[in-house]
Design a protein around this ligand. Structure first.
Ligand code: ATP
Ligand code: MG
Length: 587
């Protein structure tokens, strides 16, 4: 395959696109791989499509290798199956909904659990048919609140999604392990520096769940890991409940005067100035219990206030909170909401009015660090006043606990495996055991060995294919442009002919044909009126791993070969050039 720059459908750009913030987005647009069609919706130009196909090929090969079979569902789907599982409502504004000419509701599939479950129900009826793994590589549609960074978070994107069907839990565990191993191979081949972390199962329900995160500063996900091998998305970190403590020596709760202390810092200063502790140490933020109000917006449109109590030295992590209350969305508890709850004194809210059985009637959940028997300084529900020595279990109770406080560097791993360190990543793949949730909702049963009907158990496994292109670009570029790993690159060799000498172009064309006959794909820069400088800039921007230059050296019988990643240049004699390039590409 030879792609001639003189006719290739490509325009490289010298300027970064105005809407691009991260390097991969800038470079993929500048190098002519993708073009924006609408926010979060992109066109794949010839070179971009070649990269995308390479990623797909790797994914396909590894899925086929574990015996998964490819099929493809429509993206345009009927409402009913999604209604049956509750997701028509749960997905809320995140799905694209449309009506056909008869007024029937349809949607563009955000993920296809329902359709896969139904097709298996349609065709299979016995345990003898299982296990089964089927997959597709197909466009998905999600009306993301914040499409971002080009194809990294699109509203139309390509996902590989596979689903396993087993008759029992052991079968599911084996299918899950097979997929996990295939994912390791896929992400190794894609050249990612990645971690496998424990994950939340999100809108899909289910039990065991892990994510493959590409380690990247620009990633939207935060994960933690410990020296002892614990690794989890922060969303999935489960902080253990602190053991109860003895409160018998804690004096009775006492309301104290703390004027103008709506924040933790002002409160701590005032306490130390006016209400010094008797044990000699100073008050700190960790002694305070901060009560934060949020509003949950449920998919059916109802609003539910929620109060969360966390130690005052810790913030609420929006993503952790969001993951806990899904499918509800967290929105601000605004002035109008405060007006509806007159017992709430803004800045001085305490457990005294919170909880289902209290005056506000607002559900109250505590951080698991707030041990039974522990004493706190917290709001007295009166502007300018706090209460000290308020003991959990003695003086107040809550409706439960919630994993919503931030997880920080230096926190202990929940499994006791050491101190946590946080880092960021891009979610590239997600595998989880759905269990019987979908099979139950859609009544997928088969006859077991004893002729008894049993519900099938399922796994669901996704890879972000278009996202992978962006994430690979994110991890493989320099100030000059992209630097593709060999297996992903849109061509094997970028061949540049420079100067005006017709002999140069004749030799370069011969070399291109020769490489093609050896099975290599070549981008051949045959443009006659373009300066060498522009050609070199384009070659660097496009990021093919090997660049060969036919030009000045030809008089001495050599061609310059440049390694795009290391910048190393070698002058290779003409008679050895084909062999040299073929060996380089195949090594
Ligand atoms: P995220 O948390 O990033 O929104 P998700 O957890 O909703 O992703 P899944 O439903 O697990 O995503 O989808 C499987 C895979 O599809 C993800 O691991 C990711 O690689 C990819 N993916 C999900 N949403 C997008 C998107 N908007 N654009 C591109 N790829 C996506
Ligand atoms: Mg996910």
């Amino acid at each position: 395959m030879i792609l001639r720059m003189s006719s290739l459908f490509l325009r490289t750009l010298r300027e970064d696109p105005a809407d691009a913030e991260v390097p991969s987005h800038k470079l993929l647009v500048r190098a002519g791989y993708i073009r924006r069609a609408a926010p979060g919706v992109y066109t794949w130009l010839p070179l971009g499509l070649r990269v995308l196909r390479n990623v797909e090929r790797i994914v396909r090969e590894e899925m086929d290798a574990i015996g998964a079979q490819e099929l493809v569902f429509p993206a345009l789907l009927p409402r009913e199956p999604y209604e049956a599982t509750g997701r028509w409502t749960e997905y809320g504004p995140n799905i694209f909904r449309l009506k056909d000419r008869k007024g029937a509701d349809m949607l563009l599939g955000p993920t296809h659990e329902e359709m896969f479950t139904l097709v298996v129900k349609d065709l299979y009826s016995s345990y003898k048919d299982l296990p089964l793994s089927i997959y597709q590589i197909q466009n998905k549609y999600r009306d993301e609140a914040r499409p971002r960074a080009g194809v990294l978070r699109g509203r139309e994107f390509v996902m590989k999604d596979s689903y396993s069907f087993d008759v029992d839990d052991e079968g599911l565990a084996a299918s899950y392990e097979a997929h996990r191993a295939a994912y390791v191979k896929i992400f190794d081949r894609l050249g990612f520096d990645y971690v496998i972390v424990q994950a939340m199962s999100g809108a899909m329900g289910g039990s065991r769940s892990e994510e493959f995160l590409a380690i990247a500063e620009n990633g939207e996900d935060t994960f933690v890991r410990s020296p002892g091998g614990y690794a989890a998305n922060v969303e999935a970190v489960v902080v253990p409940r602190s053991a109860p403590v003895d409160a018998s020596a804690v004096p009775a709760a006492e309301v104290v005067d703390t004027p103008d202390t709506p924040t933790i810092d002002t409160l701590v200063d005032t306490l130390n100035a006016k209400h010094a502790r008797t044990d000699g140490r100073d008050w700190t933020g960790a002694d305070t219990l901060k009560n934060v109000l949020v509003m949950l917006l449920h998919p059916d449109g109802t609003r539910e206030p929620l109060a969360i109590g966390v130690p005052g030295d810790r913030a609420i992590d929006e993503k952790r909170l969001g993951a806990q209350v899904e499918p509800a969305e967290v929105v601000a508890f605004d002035e109008a909401d405060f007006e509806k709850h007159p017992t709430l004194a803004k800045g001085y809210i305490g457990p005294g009015v919170l909880g289902k059985d209290n005056t506000s009637g607002i559900r109250y959940l505590l951080d698991p660090r707030v041990a039974e028997g522990s004493a706190w300084v917290t709001g007295a529900n009166k502007p300018g006043f706090h209460v000290i020595n308020l003991v959990h279990g003695r003086d107040f109770t809550a409706d439960g606990t919630i994993q919503a406080a931030e997880v920080r560097d230096g926190d202990q791993a929940p499994d006791g495996s050491g101190v946590l360190e946080t880092a960021r990543g891009i979610e590239m793949g997600h595998i989880f055991q759905l269990g019987r949730k979908y099979a139950d909702a859609l009544d997928l049963k088969v006859l077991d060995q004893n002729g008894k009907l049993v519900t099938v158990t399922m796994g669901s496994y996704g890879v972000g294919v278009t996202r992978a292109v962006a994430a690979i670009a994110e991890g493989n570029h320099d100030e000059l442009g992209l630097v593709w790993p060999r297996e992903i690159a849109p061509a094997d060799v970028h061949l540049v002919a420079t100067g005006k000498d017709p002999e140069v172009f004749t030799k370069a064309a011969e070399l291109a044909a020769d490489l093609e006959s050896h099975g290599l794909s070549v981008i051949y820069d045959d443009r006659e009126k373009v300066s060498p400088g522009v050609k070199f800039k384009d070659a660097e921007l496009l990021g093919i791993p090997t660049i060969a230059v036919v030009g000045k050296g030809l008089a001495e019988g050599t061609i310059e070969v440049k390694d795009r990643r290391t910048g190393t240049r070698t002058d290779v004699p003409l008679q050895e050039i084909t062999n040299h390039l073929v060996t380089t590409v195949r090594s």
